[in-house]
Design a protein around this ligand. Sequence first.
Ligand code: HEC
Length: 82
Amino acid sequence: MVESYRALRPGLTVPDGALIAAFHTDERTGAAGPVYVMQRVGQGWKYSAFDADGRATEHGALALCERCHAESPSGGLFGLPR
Ligand code: HEC
C-alpha cells in the first residue's frame, strides 16, 4: 500500500480499503492541526476529518473534500510532493 502511494502517478490509484491520512501543522507555530483521512471504497472515497486531539469532526462522502479531490490526476489522490 505504501509502495502504491509512493509510486502514484496520473492514471494510477491505490487498492480498495486503503487508508491515507494527511496530518496538518501550523507553518508558523508548528502546532498540530486537523487530520484528514481518505479511505478507498470500491471506485470511490470516504472522507473523514479529525481535530488535533483526535475527535472526529466530519465523516462520509463530504462534498467539500470531494470537489477538490475529484480534480486530482490519480483517481482522487494528489500524492507526495516531488
Ligand atoms: C481546496 C481543495 C481541497 C479540499 C477542499 C480538500 N483537499 Fe485534500 N488535498 C488537496 C490537495 C491539493 C492535496 C495534495 C497537497 C497537499 O498534501 O497539501 C490534498 C491532500 C490530501 C490528502 C493526502 C493524500 C493525497 O495525496 O491526496 C488527504 C488524505 C486529504 N487531502 C484529505 C482531504 C479531506 C478528508 C478533505 C475534506 C475534509 C479534503 N482533503 C479537502 C486539496 C483539497
